[in-house]
Design a protein around this ligand. Structure first.
Ligand code: AMP
Ligand code: ZN
Length: 146
């Protein structure tokens, strides 16, 4: 049973209360053009149930949503011969740049180095000992709940 939130803009899109330009949908997933079009074809994939972020997914919902990403990515790529690559990203939490609190996955087709999309990654390779890395890994491992 899909649960929707009356105050959520993406739930309103699911209910067709506000318009969207759909590229794919099934019972559990909807994919539509992001209004900001960072690059042409920029698409959002959302679950048709209101979950705020990745931390609220269970395996079943993840299987329904993430299984569709390659199919939608391939459709976007095939739609335009100028697409040379694609960034797929999901922001979880305001600190991580999430602005709409209904989980969504961005598919951003890439055309060139200066097509409007960029990411910055710090490189801290030399700032960690293997012991420090192992300590971090152990803390994560201790919290895996299958
Ligand atoms: P994020 O910052 O990861 O939460 O991304 C939210 C995205 O939703 C932004 O890229 C917005 O452009 C997009 N967005 C917000 N409202 C709409 C809308 N009504 N239709 C399509 N995309 C939207
Ligand atoms: Zn919602």
């Amino acid at each position: 049973m899909n649960k929707l939130d009356d105050n959520c803009i993406f739930c309103k899109i699911i209910k067709n209360e506000i318009p969207s330009i759909t590229v794919y949908e099934d019972d559990q997933v909807k994919a539509f053009l992001d209004i900001s079009q960072v690059t042409p074809g920029h698409t959002l994939v959302i679950p048709k149930t209101h979950v705020e972020n990745i931390f609220e997914y269970n395996d079943k919902l993840a299987a329904a949503v993430f299984a569709k990403i390659p199919m939608i990515a391939k459709a976007i790529k095939s739609s335009n011969p100028d697409i040379k690559g694609m960034n797929i990203c999901q922001n979880n939490g305001a600190l991580a740049y999430q602005s709409v609190m209904h989980s969504h996955i961005h598919l951003v087709p890439r055309y060139s180095n200066d097509d409007g999309f960029s990411m910055t990654w710090a490189d801290n390779t030399n700032n960690y000992t293997s012991e420090q890395l192992q300590t971090i890994a152990n803390a994560i491992k201790d919290n895996v709940e299958e």
